[in-house]
Write a new protein. Structure first.
Length: 307
């Protein structure tokens, strides 16, 4: 919970530079708590597993959150029952007249396709355009990060020589960012993708900043300077066994995937994976919710459209 102090207390400036959440008396008097409205556009084929992963991370905060699940109408999932989708998901037409504090867009197994070849590309573009005026801050994951960078800023994706899969070390380029409050200087995160974006192309876009990178996995987190967009090229939400399931699924399909790096005990797929990114993933989602959604979103959500 935030620390409430007098408005003019000299300690405020010091604490804020240290990324300590300080709430002044003036703001506290005006605050009227309401739940944060978060929209999750779930593009993953294993929707139930992804819902669980995201919900687990969103629940690690004292903030009250209302989560709305969104599916595309231009593509029907083949791996999730229609009953589940009908019961728990809405389409864009059902939410487009609503405003949200935050939007999360998941990855999708369509990296090998050109963006324009994806069945729901036009619908996704419509949603991303809509988010500019109807969402306070958006969090893009893996393929969605590449799609968002391309749609909003024209950043292209490029094929890797082979699939990048495993747990990789990352470092912070601007450790004082509130997004990284509580992070260690180095931390690990999962990646599972066939494509990448180039740091030199992102660096040419004045509205963007590269916030975290990996020597092995490349660009990891990119943020817009107005904090409306955060692009995360990895899968910090993954469970301990998610990469394992992907690996053995690919083997079952007749492929010969490399063993995910830095993942199985002793690099042996017969041994259990090592979970080393839970603390980082929890902080990443919690900090985004706290600093870039809760603390800055208007109380009246309709005011988002005025920005």
């Amino acid at each position: 919970m935030p620390v409430k102090v007098s408005d003019n207390l000299p300690a405020i400036d010091v604490l804020e530079r240290e990324n300590i959440f300080v709430m002044t008396e003036n703001r506290a008097l005006k605050q009227d708590i309401r739940p944060l409205k978060i929209l999750l556009l779930n593009l993953m084929p294993t929707k139930v597993a992804t819902e669980t992963q995201i919900l687990r991370l969103l629940s690690n905060t004292p903030l009250q959150i209302e989560l709305e699940l969104l599916q595309t109408s231009t593509y029907q999932s083949k791996n999730t029952s229609q009953e589940h989708l009908t019961s728990f998901y809405k389409t864009f037409d059902e939410v487009k007249d609503t405003t949200f504090d935050g939007l999360i867009i998941t990855g999708a197994p369509v990296e090998m396709l050109e963006f324009y070849e994806v069945d729901y590309w036009n619908e996704l573009c419509e949603i991303m355009e809509w988010s500019k005026k109807n969402v306070h801050s958006t969090f893009y994951i893996c393929w969605a990060a590449q799609a968002g960078l391309f749609y909003h800023y024209g950043i292209k994706k490029y094929p890797l020589e082979k699939k990048l899969s495993g747990i990789f070390k990352h470092k912070l380029l601007n450790p004082k960012s509130r997004l990284f409050r509580g992070f260690d200087s180095e931390f690990t995160a999962p990646h599972s993708r066939h494509t990448y974006v180039k740091a030199e192309e992102i660096a040419k876009v004045s509205e963007l900043k590269i916030m975290s990178v990996s020597d092995e996995a490349g660009v990891y987190i990119v943020g817009s300077k107005d904090s409306k967009h955060f692009f995360v090229t990895g899968h910090s939400e993954y469970d301990a066994d998610t990469l394992s399931k992907e690996y053995f699924r690919d083997i079952g399909r007749g492929f010969k995937p490399d063993i995910p790096e830095n993942y199985f005990t002793d690099n042996d797929p017969t041994k259990p994976p090592i979970m080393s990114w839970r603390a980082h993933s929890t902080l990443l989602f919690t900090n985004w919710l706290n600093y870039f959604v809760y603390q800055t979103t208007p109380y009246n959500l309709n005011d988002i459209k005025k920005k």
